[in-house]
Design a protein around this ligand. Structure first.
Ligand code: PNS
Length: 159
């Protein structure tokens, strides 16, 4: 069985993430979406909330599992018997950071491959931070996040 991990902060999940998850779920037998528990960074949503939002928008994708994780990504991959880390690349500016992480992960475990998928052009400008900023100042986030979670984001930001 071909298992891949799609890791991230997902604070919150955007249309760009969902696009990669949807396309990734067609390539792999199982896709684990791993939400990083980052003790050094306070986010907008709690980890359990992020997991719930992702589960809500991926419930139709039956080979997608959403979990949270602490520690090293390669350890999570080992735990789930995943040989692949799936990442989305938006622009050249993502490359340096992603390249560094891919090399570090391959140094930590040479059996694990990082695969990059290009985001669709429509989502190439999207990030969780920009969604939060647009929502904060009352901009339209309709085309940026899945419709089922739009209200959750607006409610949380205005709290
Ligand atoms: O959505 P993000 O914040 O860009 O995701 C970053 C993430 C979660 C992929 C990255 O921080 C990560 O893999 N963290 C786990 C810690 C780890 O394995 N570090 C070693 C590789 S640099």
């Amino acid at each position: 069985m071909r298992v891949a991990i799609y890791p991230g902060s997902f604070d919150p999940i955007t249309n760009g993430h969902l696009d990669i998850i949807t396309r990734g779920s067609k390539i792999f037998d199982k896709l684990i979406v791993g939400v990083l528990v980052n003790v050094d960074k306070v986010g907008l949503f709690e980890i359990e909330e992020r997991v719930e939002l992702i589960k809500r928008v991926t419930s139709h994708l039956h080979n997608v599992e959403v979990i949270s994780f602490k520690g090293l990504l390669v350890d999570l991959a080992k735990e789930y018997d995943a040989r692949v880390i799936l990442k989305g690349l938006r622009a050249v500016s993502d490359f340096e950071y992603e390249f560094q992480m891919a090399l570090m992960n391959s140094q930590l475990d040479s059996n694990i491959e990082t695969l990059f998928m290009t985001t669709s052009a429509a989502n190439s400008f999207l990030s969780s931070s920009s969604v939060k900023q647009v929502a904060k100042f009352g901009g339209d986030i309709n085309n940026l996040v899945p419709a089922e979670i739009k209200e959750d984001i607006i409610r949380k930001i205005n709290k």
